[in-house]
Design a protein around this ligand. Structure first.
Ligand SMILES: Nc1ncnc2c1ncn2[C@@H]1O[C@H](COP(=O)(O)OP(=O)(O)OP(=O)(O)O)[C@@H](O)[C@H]1O
Ligand SMILES: [Mg+2]
Length: 437
């Protein structure tokens, strides 16, 4: 029997390409360009599979998905989009979408997804109610990020331990927060712990707690993070930095889910989910004998590796517009981005990834000459942010002016100002001293 497919896509050239391709592969394809037509067709004819774009008109592919699942429990749906977000992937997964493709994709990728979807057709779950698609704070619709969203949407509702790897500034903490937010623990605490910022000697009492008198200075009982986060999620950031002794403690905790505060005689059971992150290569640390293999196995139930920004440059414009909008609002500015400015941003290597882009845009929103971010402004800002650059080798009066503007924008907050200027706080103080003279 020929399998019939309903294709919903508002872009005429994409529509033609996909339907021609699938017809050549032996499928019967009905192509429509609006959600209204799609929903009408679905009420008239049964289809084996629906392939739909997400952002179409006043309604979305999620509406098409729900209509399809309501009419025929065993109709598979593949959604595709160039603007996938964590929220759309979650909504699609919850409503029983079979697959989710980030545009652009190879036609062979589509064909594989189509074959899998048709092979796997099965009765659907109960109906779900309509969901709004809120704006995401996680920006990025590249294929690499959509793969991350897919894994997050599958793993978030479980209690599985997750290890998040990725270079600095790639969004590891943001992803950890998403995992918590889309879990059943969402209304319970999310407690981040920066393992590299706590001295090794204190990490144990910080996480497990300590009884009064357990050590000098412990003048009352201290509740540890694992206890205070009970029923929630603990985010162990920079997990690659913990020492050998603490690795043993953590391993035991992950096995037993019990804590014994320092100086206590009894253990108590706690219910926390652990999400950990590192910008180190833990697998390699295991090979080098610097990280316990058994602990690595316990953490590595689900592993997410965030791609660096230079490997998903299509996300640069999305992120840039998002941050520009955010900082224009915050600083009450109306800075515009030019074509050349955007091209320069897209081509940059971004060693500091999204965080670096974010800081750069914040800085440019305040400082861009003529309220325009063009190639030159980007070049200047990038070189000023280079570590070790003495505050951007600008002429003294331009520099003074820059410092004034940034301080005014931050309401005199010197730490924030130093961050935006890309210099150390000490350096800013020195410059301020000099300016007064
Ligand atoms: N995809 C994204 N969309 C929007 N903002 C992002 C995204 N990724 C990262 N950010 C922002 O960039 C900054 C750095 O992100 P985050 O703290 O999650 O990075 P990280 O991977 O934990 O970095 P580090 O290893 O340095 O701790 C944050 O302000 C975060 O909100
Ligand atoms: Mg981090």
């Amino acid at each position: 029997m020929t399998e019939s497919i309903l294709l919903v896509e508002d872009d005429p050239s994409v529509r033609t390409t996909i339907s021609t391709f699938l017809e050549m592969e032996g499928f019967e394809v009905e192509a429509v360009s609006s959600t209204r037509d799609a929903i009408r067709r679905l009420s008239e004819t049964p289809y084996s599979l629906v392939i739909s774009d997400i952002y179409i008109d006043d309604r979305t592919g999620i509406d098409v998905l729900m209509a399809a699942r309501q009419q025929y429990a065993n109709c598979s749906v593949i959604l595709m989009t160039g603007r996938g977000t964590m929220e759309t992937v979650m909504a699609a997964t919850r409503n029983g979408a079979f697959d989710y493709l980030a545009k652009p994709f190879e036609l062979d990728t589509l064909l594989e997804a189509v074959r899998r979807a048709i092979a796997a057709r099965e009765p659907a779950d109960d109906e779900t109610e309509a969901e709004e698609l809120p704006e995401s704070e996680m920006i990025g619709s590249s294929a690499g990020m959509v793969e991350i969203y897919k894994t997050v949407s599958r793993v978030a509702p479980t209690d599985a331990t997750v290890i998040i790897e990725g270079e600095t500034g790639t969004g590891k903490e943001l992803i950890a927060r998403m995992i918590h937010r889309f879990s059943q623990r969402a209304s319970q605490p999310f407690v981040p712990v920066d393992c590299s910022a706590i001295p090794a000697a204190l990490l144990e009492s910080e996480l497990f707690g300590a009884m009064k008198g357990a050590f000098t200075g412990a003048d009352r009982d201290r509740v540890g993070v694992f206890e205070s986060a009970n029923r929630g999620t603990v985010f162990l950031d920079e997990i690659g930095e913990i020492d050998a002794a603490f690795q043993v403690r953590l391993l035991r905790f992950l096995q037993e889910r019990a804590i014994r505060p320092v100086g206590a005689s009894r253990e108590k059971q706690v219910d926390v989910r652990v999400v950990a992150a590192t910008n180190r290569d833990l697998q390699k640390m295991v090979e080098e004998g610097k990280f316990r293999e058994d602990l690595w196995f316990r953490l590595n139930v689900v592993r997410l590796t965030l791609p660096p920004l230079r490997e998903r440059r299509v996300d640069v414009p999305l992120l840039t517009h998002y941050f520009l909008n955010k900082y224009n609002n915050r600083y009450n500015r109306d800075v515009k981005l030019t074509e050349s400015g955007l091209a320069t941003l897209r081509d940059f290597t971004w060693p500091g990834n999204v965080r670096q882009l974010q800081h750069l845009i914040e800085r440019l929103t305040i400082l861009a000459p003529n309220d325009r971010i063009d190639a030159e402004a980007v070049h200047d800002a990038v070189s000023a942010m280079e570590p070790g650059a003495p505050g951007g080798e600008t002429l003294a009066d331009t520099e003074t002016e820059q410092i004034r503007r940034v301080l005014a924008a931050t309401g005199g907050n010197k730490s924030r100002a130093a961050q935006i200027l890309g210099i150390e706080r000490k350096t800013l103080y020195r410059k301020l001293e000099r300016m007064k003279l």
